[in-house]
Design a protein. Structure first.
Length: 240
């Protein structure tokens, strides 16, 4: 922590590599963000997004936050990322931290703006018939994090991100994920290829959800209430 805020976790080299890539993707998808002024300019905060198969739409809104606020959100990443050679090194340089309750709590308490897709990889594998929905039923850790850290929860949704790829429902996809926690989607982009479809992407940012004062004796009830609110608000954003 410095007088200016928490020490950034993203390396200069990662920024140099990622910036032109994100710029091209932004143009390709004509990406915009509605409600960016709702992202806190100082202090800890948790930005939660829906998880598409493309995944990079999350980086697009992260880049928009950086340009608007000068803050580089740090992300919590799936364990599979850190078990994959090369990818794990890139993830570390890009400010992605292995997901764990302890890591997330420390980052928020240190004043970081943190990025998280609560549904994780399992949500990204949803077939297209489940487009514009989230798989958050048993994913409540993010609500516990903001409650314990006493920071705002900011929901950001990109409804059209589910149109970048067409994903087929598949028992094979489900079996491989459940057994090995590895992605094996049956999907396509433009035509029969995996080239992303050039759909226009817009992120919608909701008003921050401020958690109540943390009461350890009633934590379970408080988490449940936050979770209900978060799912309702995310559903409203995804219906746009």
């Amino acid at each position: 922590m410095t007088e200016e805020g928490p020490i950034p976790l993203v390396s200069d080299e990662a920024i140099r590599v990622m910036e032109p890539v994100l710029r091209r993707l932004r143009r390709y998808h004509r990406h915009t963000v509605v409600g960016l002024e709702r992202v806190p300019r100082v202090g800890g905060g948790l930005i939660c997004v829906n998880h598409s198969l493309a995944t990079y739409d999350g980086f697009l809104v992260g880049g928009a936050v950086w340009e608007a606020t000068g803050r580089l959100p740090v992300a919590l990443g799936d364990d599979m990322i850190f078990k994959t050679p090369v990818l794990k090194d890139w993830a570390t340089s890009a400010g992605i931290v292995p997901a764990s309750p302890t890591a997330g709590l420390d980052l928020l308490r240190d004043g970081h703006l943190m990025f998280l897709a609560p549904g994780g990889m399992w949500e990204s594998l949803r077939p297209s018939r489940e487009a514009r929905t989230v798989r958050w039923d048993n994913r409540k850790g993010f609500c516990r994090l903001v409650l314990r850290a006493q920071v705002p929860l900011i929901l950001a949704a990109c409804p059209a991100a589910d149109e970048i790829f067409r994903i087929r429902a598949s028992r094979l996809t489900e079996t491989i994920y459940k057994r090995f926690r590895a992605p094996f989607p049956i999907a396509r982009g433009i035509g029969p290829t995996m080239i992303p479809r050039p759909v226009q992407l817009t992120h919608y940012v909701a008003e921050p959800i401020v958690p109540p004062p943390h009461d350890p004796a009633c934590e379970r009830e408080q988490v449940e209430e936050l979770h209900r609110t978060a799912r309702r608000v995310m559903g409203e954003l995804l219906s746009r």
